[in-house]
Ligand binder design. Structure first.
Ligand code: CMC
Length: 383
């Protein structure tokens, strides 16, 4: 069918029934609660893989050999350091800035220190993707230390992405269990089909803009409470509730007001979010190990009430629900939770942008005009 004879597009609010891209990275069956990265079940990856191996998988569409993983990991670690100008920029930032505003600005500013920022081609984009992924932990940790009036901590190239982030954040080496907890969260958040931020990133790169611009767009989109910002809202809710006995009245009152319970529901999953399945068990272990079991018990109670009240609508906990407890348990400040999501999702965003450029077509949907026609122009003096 030629474009000239194609039927007029129909309005699809929220694009829920529109397929707008092809991807080889993640597969989702929302009805059955399945998520696979390149055909591998997310549960198997969360239990057995590392974030670095998962990124290699997403970007190369296969698991690495031992030698490939070693050299990919070394390549990432070689890019951990921030350009000096970035540290100066962090020092100029208001200490009370929202971390996601700081992160969006800083990732955008990385382009100013990359001579390849506007370089085209898959190889240049792959190098930029590695730099952005490797440097984002230092941006988040650097901003957090700046706002707390603490000196920056230089990255440690002997550490994994997760452990190095915690080292730069706290100035102390994390235990293996705490580093692994963050590593698991990074694996679970790395990619997720054509979610809102990934779509936004693909739209930007489809104009043949650059990868820094696309990732900056995606970070801005992730920030909203209906997307990546939900994990912070979950923690705020748990703090508001305060104790196990207050869970029932709090949730019932909010449901009666038709408020949304953050960390529940998903556009795609109408069964249990497969990222939450393992995280739920894992979060309990981390909470027990770190003395945060009360928080976990409140979460479990919320889940029970939601199952009783709204599961018939296909509303279950999503990845953000138990990741909030996990982040809190490993000592990450509430307002950094969405930055953790971004730190991981850069892997998915960059992979999608490179996919988009392979056979790119400008993404440009239509709008249904619902305003008036034939209106006269009236001189300002007569209005
Ligand atoms: N709490 C209570 N009711 C809900 C919730 C919730 N969290 N989510 C959906 N519903 C109800 C909604 O009120 C509606 O009910 P009714 O049909 O009676 O009017 C029904 O479920 C369908 O809702 P919808 O708005 O059509 O669903 P959607 O697909 O547009 O929204 C969502 C998906 C994620 C925006 C929504 O579930 C929500 O707002 N959840 C809370 C925010 C959240 O946790 N977001 C993180 C998503 S997972 C991380 C990520 O990938 O970004």
């Amino acid at each position: 069918m030629s474009l000239a004879t194609a039927p007029a597009p129909s309005f699809d609010k929220g694009l829920a029934n529109t397929v707008a891209a092809e991807t080889q990275m993640s597969f989702i069956d929302g009805g059955k609660g399945v998520l696979e990265y390149v055909g591998i079940d997310i549960d198997a990856l969360a239990r057995n893989s590392t974030f670095e191996e998962t990124v290699f998988l997403l970007w190369n569409r296969r698991l690495p050999t031992a030698q490939e993983l070693k050299s990919f990991t070394e390549g990432l670690r070689a890019e951990y350091d921030l350009p000096a100008g970035m540290l100066e920029l962090i020092r100029t930032m208001p200490r009370d800035a929202t971390p996601m505003h700081a992160l969006r600005t800083l990732v955008s500013a990385l382009a100013l220190h990359d001579s390849e920022a506007d370089a085209e081609g898959e190889d240049a984009n792959a190098r930029k993707a590695i730099r952005m992924l490797a440097r984002t932990p230092a941006l988040i940790a650097g901003f957090d230390r700046h706002r707390k009036g603490k000196p920056f901590v230089a990255p440690d190239r002997t550490l994994s992405m997760a452990a190095n982030f915690l080292w730069m954040l706290n100035g102390a080496k994390p235990t293996d269990a705490v580093a692994r907890a963050l590593d698991v969260c990074l694996i679970l958040h790395a990619d997720h089909g054509l979610n809102a931020s990934t779509f936004a990133g693909r739209v930007t790169i489809s104009t043949l803009s650059d990868l820094y611009s696309a990732i900056t767009t995606a970070i801005g989109t992730l920030k909203g409470p209906l997307h990546g910002g939900a994990n912070e809202e979950v923690m705020i809710m748990l703090r508001e509730i305060g104790s196990l006995d207050r869970v029932e009245p709090y949730i019932m009152e909010r449901l009666a007001r038709k408020d949304r319970i953050m960390g529940f529901g998903h556009r795609v999953y109408k069964a249990y979010d497969p990222r939450a399945t393992y995280l739920k068990t894992f979060a309990r272990q981390v909470a027990a190990d770190t003395g945060n079991l009360a928080l976990y018990e409140m979460s479990r109670r919320i889940e029970e009430i939601m199952a009783r009240e709204v599961a018939a609508k296909g509303i279950y906990p999503n990845v953000d629900f138990y990741s909030a407890t996990t982040y809190h348990s490993i000592g990450i400040d509430l307002d950094l939770f969405t930055c953790m999501f971004a730190m991981s999702r850069i892997a998915g965003w960059a992979g999608h942008c490179i996919e988009q450029l392979d056979g790119n077509r400008l993404i440009r949907p239509a709008a249904a005009y619902v305003g008036p026609h034939g209106q006269p122009w009236v001189p300002v003096s007569d209005r």
